[in-house]
Design a protein. Sequence first.
Lengths: 295, 296
Amino acid sequence: MIRTHRWIRNGGISTLVFLIPTLLVFGLFSWWPIARGLVLAFQQTNLIEPAHWVGFGNFRRVLADPLLLTAVRNTAWFALLALVFGYPAPLALAVFLRELRRGRALFSVLAYLPVVLPPVVAILLWRVFYDASDAGLFNTLARGIGLGPFQWLQDAHWAMPSIVLEATWANAGATMIIYLAALSGVRTDLYEAAEIDGASIWRRVVHVTLPQLRTILLITLLLQIIGTFQVFTEPFLFTGGGPANATTTILMLLYNYAFINGDYGEATALSVLLAIFLGLLSLLYFRLTRGWSTT
Amino acid sequence: MSARVEDRGLISAADRRRPLVRWSLGSGQVLILVLLALAGLGPILWLAKAAISQPQDIAANPLGLWSGQPQWHNIETAWSSLRVGPALINTVWVALGNWAVSVLVATTGGYALAILRPKYAKIINGALLATLFIPGVISLVPLYLTVLDVPILGGSLINTYWAIWLPAGASAFNVIITGRFFAQLPPELFEAAKIDGVGNFRMFTSLVLPLSGPIIGVVSLLSIIAAWREYLWPKLVLPDRTKQPLSVMLPSIRDNVQLNLFMAGLLISVVLPIVIFLLFQRYFIRGAGLAGGIKG
């Protein structure tokens, strides 16, 4: 009784009032859905009849779907291409821009412009560039150097690289800015020391710059992989998963399960599997960085 | 001496005097400037040109620098007949709501958890942190089902903007960075206020809020940008065409309209983001670096 009284006098109630927005919003739209997702993965529901337990039935159906392997392969292909196209370029650009004495702001603004465009608008614009007819913008450019015409998005082999090219263009500027910020923290006395020891500019990049950036490099690598494994908008709006399922990703499969077939249980089972995979990646990353930061 | 060391970068003044280095730096600079201008500005300029062209001119000569009379009325037709204008207003409305809910949750939550610090703050902090590490994909379907039939409150939020605004407020990142910012404010301020008998509410409105301009700026920018970029979630919860923001409405009309009018629609939807970026570019670029640093 006395303790409750003191709690109220010390502002216990007003503290709770300040927490209401947080508790309400997170409780209803973050914590509750996560908990419900873990339950839903083991249930079958069509929203009309009450849900019933099916054990690992949803997981068995997901794993038996022949499209799952295709989707995993496509997603991994997307992630790999995105790494090849998009991982080294922003780093090289940032290292170069850091050495500029004038005009760095202009370069940054130009590189960041694609990031500013809403993704949907950028995708719809690039679909026009990828027009497969002779008159398409990219086909006209290709003809200028004696190539093509290409089928771009309509070709099962080239559809995914075409999508990744746009995604790289859209995101590289943001990564570059992160590297540029990290580069301002590189210890310049080490450059001095390396130069006195006769290290060339290239060797200074490899032995001084990159080692100091390794934490941020690992972070962007992991964030990129986690992001690319949840890719949806680009393949959905560029190709709808075609041609012949060549660009169907894991998240598109999940979308089809839930919002085309109305099979929420199966969709949630797939999202739990994907979340476990991504969680393991994060764990791996934390173990790696812990080892690295102590050295 | 030490100033000189701090001044230098990877390439020293002595390096810069060597002809090979000077030549590569200079030509590399020009080459990169041209490439960046092509990649960054090129598509936007092409879009602007296509938006005021005749459809046959876009098809006949996509690389042409200029094609005939500018068709300014394309913009007007796209705005009213294609309903790009109302969709733009919907986007602004979504962004405003996201902004209001995000700022409310981040400031009140950050204040309670970082300054008032009740005994149970640890549990809430842990639960917030946990959501950062659980990939969002796991809650997409259950979140949709939650919005269909909200627990406690009851009813469906489908076709209301609350279905976007409320989940947008549930950003643990925003609450945590705001809390960190509050925790860095000088503690003497709060102790002095407490001794003067200032209550928790007064302390919030007259002490904390006036000092939290920078962090409110960051949260505002993050939440408004997110609203502009979202596609899948608004598509799921706003099936009513008259309520859809640009990102949902534009793909749905793509196949049924003339190319030049569609380009005019795309142009209308990029103007505001580009203008805001150019006005606040310093904050964008610093903010992006900051976000990378915080994640580190």
